[in-house]
Design a protein. Sequence first.
Length: 657
Amino acid sequence: MSDTLPLILLLLAAAVVVVVVFRMLGLPPIMGYLMVGASLGPHAAGWVPDTEETRHLAEFGVVFLMFSIGLEFSLARLYSMKRIVFGLGLLQVTVTALVATLLAGFIGIPWLAGIALGGALAMSSTAMLSKLLTERGELDAPHGREVIGVLLFQDIAVVPLLVLIPALTQPLEVMAEALLLAAFKAAILLTLVLFIGQRLLSAWFYMVARQKSAELFMLNVLLITLGLAWLTELAGLSLALGAFTAGMLIGETEYRYQVEEDIKPFRDVLLGLFFIAIGMRLNVPQIVGDWPQVLGILLALLAIKLAIVGTVSRRMGSSPGTALRSALWLCAGGEFGFVILALGDDVQLFGAAILQPVLAAMVLSLMLAPLIVHFSDRLVFRFVASEWLMRSMQLTQLAAQTLSADKHAIICGYGRTGQHLARFLEAEGVSFMALDLDPERVREASIAAESVSYGDSSKKETLLAAGLMRASVVIISFADIAAALRVIHRVRELRPDLAIVSRAREQDDVEKLYAAGAAEVVPEALESSVMLATHALALSGIPMHKVIKRLREMREQHYALLRGFFHGATDAGAHLADADQPRLHAVTLAPASWAIGRCVGEIDLAKVGAGVTAIRRRSQRGLKLTPELALIEGDVVVLIGTAAAVTAGEDVLLRGK
């Protein structure tokens, strides 16, 4: 223990420091783990020996990674995407592995080793690409669906590869017998587990969950995962196959999401150790000496996968732009490639002369992947002439839809929330234009004559085509904070005076959205709590006028701009005429406005029945409203009052009357 503890502390300290730096630089943590292993391993500092115990510890990272893949595996999802998964995905993996095998044989590498190399190079990074798709809001885009479908097949393909690679070291007759026996064992195991074990597991989890003990639940998850992994190893199969099966079983129960959250810390820590172990295999001096070979493998990897994915996607009916985007997203290597290479090295399929340059090329491709994705749109527009035409047609159709619209609302995102919001706007006679990136949703809504168009609301040209310069409000109906901030930034560039209402999933996101320039932010957690509280009060016998008063007070604490809607006679309900209802009105101070140079306290708006709720200044975020605040050209003054009052208040600000 005295020898092991310093080693563990060294790995943890190095991993924490390096991963923090990589996250600050916006690089994937995987690269940090690889760097730790390469710098501390036997080929560099030599502080961490490459022992059998270290490799066994790292193997548990693969076990929990495969368990997570099994959790996300869904037969229903697989069936719904079968054309992409078993069409594009199958062809991509098969053709890439075949080409890599042929090239390996051409340069003198044994064809059995070439199969392992081909399988490793065919993989792409599921963790990185799915995260980038989510951040960029492109999960539902045509290329996003293709990327997810291919990644799903790659994850499935890892399972037979983990069985196949150890058998490749055997003579041909023995190898065929071993593979048939492994397939037979796997079929029996999967049949027993999926058809019998699923019912038993569901009942067992129900019994454990009834004890309401988080500790017991976590222990049970570890027992199931490691227990099935041990059983598959006893059957002569891999630990990873058992973990994948355990994930599939639990993924079909109602406890899937809880298990996913509970297992994540174990998975991430152990997976980090696995990538450190991979980094320890890197011989940096040898790689530096072989840099022309590394560069050649890197370029060949990117070019071959780019050509294969692009060609197959195009043959399956995708547009040239979609095919090239999918190819650019998938051309780099992935974490499962390291798993396959490590397994091939363990069974001595290839020596250091082959392993080192391939490992280095895959590491470099993983580093380049975010950069390639970032420039993918520019590359598509540069090399696909029809993409400009298609984009122009989309924008032209969108502009034609909004040509006659004026003072309309732009709804960014037409999911469930956006559609409910649209119903409210329609009921009040407010015209709107919705933008969404899900082609199926847009098609279905367009057939139903809804005012919705395919378009990315974070792009300047899309917002302009949607009539931003004539719109009265922009509403962000999705809860993705990064995408919402991009939309707000674009709107503020083009229309600094336009009101933006945004949805937020967490309370922590509210301040970020306000600081970016949103006029109002509605946090889901807060609103659900408020509505639950008001219903509970009403059902508890509290008079309705008190419930409404309490609702008003709770919202006032968070929605300062809406406080006028909750004061005075409006508590009574809808008996007031529309003209008497308080409303907000934004007034932009033009160069000749009377209020420029005057302090807020000097301007008497109370005489016309209006008030000021906020001052928006483009150069300053979160401007504090005080009587001493001097108004300048370009300020947006948000007035509150009745229709007549805000009209009179605008006259005071602009003309001094």
